[in-house]
Design a binder for this molecule. Structure first.
Ligand code: SAM
Length: 265
């Protein structure tokens, strides 16, 4: 198959990035280090071309037609091991780590599984940095700061692990075929890994209904008297909404609720 005859498959979230200035911005934003690059969904290989110029790359592509195309386009890089191409579903290949050496994830992600992939990368001890294109709305959730309306559990999880910021917003015209929504590239620089299940369970309850008060949400799971004690200790008002707390307040709250629960049991 020739690249001109490729028809994008919706079921695999195929929107190919055509704007070379955005491709260059992604490469410029890559953290400077010796880590390998992992690309999920190389597609037609337009970003891959830029990546193999600067780093060793391991790529995962689910579409067998595209995989064949990539195998012929990158014959030389595959022989010299500059590119290791895995054909298949990345989620099937992902055990506790996706690869067995430190890596940075750099990708224009398939949007239908983007949040899942980012959460897996945040938990993966071999993944050090995450530089990805996703839909703008999702990027804003991972990069929000306390007080912003979209500040939620994804923002708190990210801030507990490292720092994040939006690199560039990307309009639908940068892609072929064009998606219906705006996109953005964002960077997470990890300083630890995601591994606190109890904390994340508390966050899920805290942000369940973002417009309600934090107290109302948490009352769905925690005893009211214990909550009142914790709020009093942390000097939180009863009317505070979930997006108004800082990440460190959530850690303090979790400590209080865990401690109080332990005393009760
Ligand atoms: N990197 C290319 C670009 O920037 O033009 C393509 C990006 S396109 C948004 C997403 C890519 O992810 C497609 O090539 C698609 O086939 C691939 N993909 C979708 N689901 C996948 C999965 N579960 N595992 C691996 N690749 C997947």
């Amino acid at each position: 198959m020739k690249r001109e005859s490729v028809i994008a498959k919706k079921k695999f979230g195929q929107n190919f990035l055509k704007d070379e200035s955005v491709l260059r911005k992604i490469v410029e934003a890559m953290p400077k280090n010796d880590n390998k690059v992992v690309e999920i969904g190389p597609g037609l290989g337009d970003l891959t071309k830029f990546l193999v110029d600067v780093k060793s790359v391991e790529a995962f592509e689910v579409d067998t037609d595209l995989c064949k195309l990539l195998q012929s386009e990158f014959k030389k890089e595959i022989v010299t091991k500059r590119l290791q191409l895995n054909c298949g579903d990345v989620l099937q290949a992902w055990k506790s780590s996706l690869v067995d050496e430190p890596y940075d994830l750099v990708a224009n992600l398939p949007y239908y599984i983007a949040t899942n992939i980012i959460l897996k990368a945040l938990a993966d001890p071999m993944c050090k940095n995450i530089l990805v294109m996703v839909q703008l709305e999702v990027a804003e959730k991972f990069c929000a700061v306390a007080g912003e309306k979209v500040f939620g559990s994804l923002s708190v999880i990210t801030q507990s692990i490292g720092s994040s910021h939006i690199v560039v917003k990307v309009p639908p015209t940068a892609f072929d075929p064009q998606p219906k929504i705006d996109s953005a590239v964002f960077l997470i620089q990890k300083s630890s890994d995601r591994n606190d299940e109890e904390f994340e369970n508390m966050l899920r309850v805290a942000f369940k209904q973002p417009r309600k008060t934090l107290m109302k949400n948490l009352s769905q799971k925690y005893d009211k008297t214990l909550l009142l004690e914790a709020f009093d200790e942390l000097e939180l008002t009863l009317t505070i909404r979930p997006h108004q707390l800082q990440t460190h307040d959530y850690h303090q709250l979790n400590k209080c609720l865990t401690r109080v629960n332990e005393i009760v049991q």
